[in-house]
Design a protein around this ligand. Structure first.
Ligand SMILES: [Zn+2]
Length: 315
């Protein structure tokens, strides 16, 4: 049941086998048709409301010092994107401490995913999320965890290799569970996190610990944070959330409990909503729920059975 997740299908072919071959990256970079996404400090260079995909002639002749160059993938068929099918996308992740480059085209600004992604196509979204994930990893994993030597990038940016002991290291992803809790009367239990405004409600999430299954983590986190016991779980879908490196595994969790006990550490309050009640509260501006890019929203709407309308939506 993956239809409820935003952008469920892979729209960039990562060329996982080819990208490890010697000379792959050189071949891509020497072609006139490849395009480059520029990334710095968790932000992508934009062209209007979508990421800028720069042609090679716009870029400086020499790759800026310290830039991490990574192959993102080939635009797949049927995307209807401004970039034609088969275009190779490459990431330039500039060092965080470098000045903003002077070769940025006029009007180009850098933006964070959350601030701009609502206007994205699937290709824009996939490129940005991949760029964010791999840039975060390179920035924080420069040394070998075994011997401390400086590692060398390989496989078009998808591996780092230790020159001392030959060990190979791959981008890290931390699994997390996110659960929409449904009661025996079919109402949903949403939580208000202590870091949010008082009227914002969402699903409950937490990290999977070592040696723990996703289901065990879901039962544990829900018991800890809102004090209800889940007797069964249905996996719905997942979403890469590289802020900094999570993979969110989305579930519907079912409980026979009717009284929630917020932990007051992470969760300030929890509230049951029937479908009509939630829609009315959102429309009235009384309650805010997660934004449409999030798996939290997808899970809530999966339970709801359709899109939830917000005050700003056009009729
Ligand atoms: Zn090493």
């Amino acid at each position: 049941m993956i239809e409820s997740t935003p952008f469920p299908e892979a729209v960039l072919d990562r060329q996982c086998e080819q990208r490890s071959e010697p000379g792959f990256m050189e071949k891509v970079l020497s072609s006139a048709s490849h395009r480059v996404m520029v990334f710095q400090r968790g932000q992508a260079l934009m062209a209007g409301s979508t990421p800028a995909f720069l042609a090679p002639e716009v870029l400086p002749d020499v790759t800026p010092e310290g830039t991490t160059v990574v192959y993102l993938g080939k635009v797949g068929p049927g995307q209807g994107h401004v970039l034609p099918q088969g275009t190779d996308l490459v990431l330039y992740a500039l060092p965080d401490d470098a000045d903003e480059p002077d070769w940025v085209p006029d009007g180009g600004t850098f933006a964070r995913f959350r601030d701009v992604a609502v206007n994205f196509t699937a290709v824009d979204e996939q490129a940005f999320v991949q760029a964010q994930a791999v840039a975060n990893w390179h920035a924080s994993h420069r040394h070998c965890p075994r011997c401390g030597s400086k590692t060398i990038m390989d496989a078009a940016g998808w591996m780092r290799r230790c020159p001392q002991d030959g060990s190979q290291h791959f981008p890290r992803t931390d699994p997390a569970v996110i659960v929409a809790i449904v009661g025996s009367d079919d109402r949903i239990l949403l939580a208000n996190n202590r870091q949010w405004e008082n009227n914002r409600y969402s699903t409950v999430a937490g990290f999977v610990e070592g040696g723990e299954s996703a289901e065990q983590a879901a039962v544990r986190e829900i018991a800890e944070e809102v004090g209800v016991h889940l007797h069964s779980l249905n996996y719905i879908s997942s979403q890469a959330w590289p802020f900094p490196q999570s993979l969110m595994l989305g579930f519907l969790g079912h409980t026979a409990d009717t009284v929630a006990v917020p932990d007051n550490v992470e969760v300030r309050g929890a509230r049951w909503f029937a479908r009509g009640e939630l829609q009315s509260a959102v429309l009235a501006g009384e309650v805010q729920i997660s934004h449409r890019l999030s798996i939290a929203r997808a899970l809530i709407e999966h339970w709801y059975g359709g899109a939830i309308v917000e005050p700003g939506d056009k009729a």
